[in-house]
Design a protein around this ligand. Structure first.
Ligand code: FES
Ligand SMILES: [Fe+2]
Length: 463
């Protein structure tokens, strides 16, 4: 049977060799179809790989505390933390977050809103973030004995308020050990009733902006629901498209990472070389948004950059947030064999301790990077960069930009992963760079208000 195939194939192909045969048109069409199919497959693979380019480093940090760390400020400064991307929390989905020394159950109610509550059930301590079930529009049910909590108020309620039924608070009595360590008796009993009334879980403020879910973490009890500033209300998706995300894990104190953004001199030193004969030259300015001369200091000599920059400053610096925002302006020049040309300018807004928005502008593109840090443990940071770009930019190009940015982060990581936190620094105050760094530290320290007391108290209970 097989011996017949070559001759049949030969006959079939010979039809196409005859230029005068009507089959030669057929041959052309077939070639075209095959080329189109191959082209489509290759383009499909390209789109699949680069449309949303993800770089996710392996998280292999073991925080054993053996390495020298130096004297550090508190570990979990007060601020907004981006804990999840919106598409990582579907309706009725529940997750447990163990970040910033907190234990949080986060979920999306059937009303589409995201709620975050203390993860451990007020009844007997089960983890609501693991196996908890979303009930009704905004309630979460414990997987252990089925108690239900209102995500908005934290109240323990008798039922989830299905079909519009009013939520009614459950009445409970609170008992505790007289002394959990020594186990002493009082009136012949180890436990004493200490109160009666309603039970409540701690709730966290949540904001969902531009595809990111952010939680307000504050060590000061009175500030749990009184955040002094908000994440930037960016609406990038209306004029740029999401192109991917890089995730790195770093073994250092959280402050090292944002401090790097205000460190003008290290750019020219650490981030200078790119490939063999191509170098980057950087020119940078860093200034507090609250300074009266911020618009003046940020003036750019190129008119198209200046227009863009001044609009950003006007849009994002407000009376309410200016004390909590630091602004940078960074010019990037590409230097090829001694020929230097302007590549782009980046306007950066550091908002609180853990969020940075970088707006890149050049003659041909606009790109936005959103950086978010989250302390998973004291010296274990998850650093993410999401990239958005002008819609007409090729996917491959933005993937390359994100990859290049990761290479710069890796350069920093080499330093961060091995350095001590410097609590006593020798600044050269004759240079603007170190004056800036000193000013930046003074600005950043405000986010530690109340953190020492909180962390010391929680360390007592840590096993
Ligand atoms: S531990 Fe949550 S209901 Fe009992
Ligand atoms: Fe850096």
């Amino acid at each position: 049977m097989f011996s017949k195939i070559p001759s049949q194939l030969k006959d079939f192909l010979s039809q196409f060799n005859d230029a005068n045969s009507p089959s030669s048109d057929c041959y052309c069409s077939l070639t075209l179809v095959i080329a189109t199919v191959i082209g489509l497959v290759v383009y499909g693979l390209y789109v699949r790989k680069f449309r949303h380019y993800i770089y996710h480093q392996v998280n292999d940090i073991k925080e054993e505390g053996r390495r020298v760390r130096g004297k550090c400020p508190p570990f979990f400064p007060n601020g907004w933390y981006r804990v999840l991307n919106s598409d990582e929390l579907r309706t009725k989905e529940v997750k447990y977050l163990d970040y910033c020394g907190r234990h949080i159950a986060i979920y999306r109610g059937t009303n589409g809103r995201v709620y975050a509550v203390h993860a451990f059930c007020a009844h007997m301590g089960a983890n609501l973030g693991v196996g908890g079930v979303v009930k009704s529009s905004k309630c979460l049910q414990c997987p252990f004995h089925g108690w239900v909590f209102d995500g908005e108020t934290g109240d323990c309620v008798v039922s989830a308020g299905e079909s519009g039924e009013k939520l009614v608070k459950k009445t409970v009595e609170t008992y505790e050990y007289n002394d959990i360590k020594k186990l002493t008796k009082k009136d012949g009993k180890y436990l004493t009733k200490c109160s009666e009334g309603h039970s409540k879980l701690k709730t966290y403020e949540v904001k969902e902006i531009n595809g990111s879910i952010m939680v307000w973490i504050d060590s000061r009890e009175e500030n749990q629901h009184k955040y002094p500033f908000e994440p930037l209300p960016i609406e990038i998706k209306s004029y740029q498209s999401y192109r991917g995300e890089s995730i790195n894990y770093v073994n250092c104190h959280i402050q090292e990472i944002p401090e790097n953004g205000a460190d003008i001199r290290h750019f020219d030193f650490l981030h200078r070389s790119f490939v063999a004969f191509i170098n980057f030259d950087w020119v940078m300015t860093s200034h507090r948004a609250s300074s009266p001369d911020i618009f003046e200091v940020m003036t750019h000599k190129r008119a198209f950059i200046n227009d863009f920059k001044q609009k950003l400053l006007k849009r994002y610096i407000t009376e309410e947030n200016k004390n909590y925002v630091n602004v940078i302006s960074l010019d990037c020049y590409v230097n090829i064999l001694g020929f230097k040309f302007f590549f782009f300018n980046a306007t950066g807004f550091q908002v609180g301790p853990a969020l940075v928005y970088l707006f890149l502008k050049s003659r041909i593109f606009e790109i936005t990077f959103e950086q978010a840090i989250i302390p998973m443990q004291k010296f274990h940071q998850r650093v993410s960069h999401k990239i958005y770009a002008s819609r007409y930019l090729p996917y491959g190009l933005t993937a390359f930009m994100l990859y290049s940015e990761v290479q710069q982060v890796l350069n920093d990581m080499d330093i961060w992963n091995k350095k001590v936190f410097g609590d006593r620094l020798n600044y050269n105050m004759k240079t603007g760079a170190d004056v800036n760094l000193c000013s930046w530290r003074n600005w950043f320290a405000q986010f530690y208000d109340g953190c020492h007391e909180y962390e010391k108290a929680s360390d007592l209970n840590d096993w």
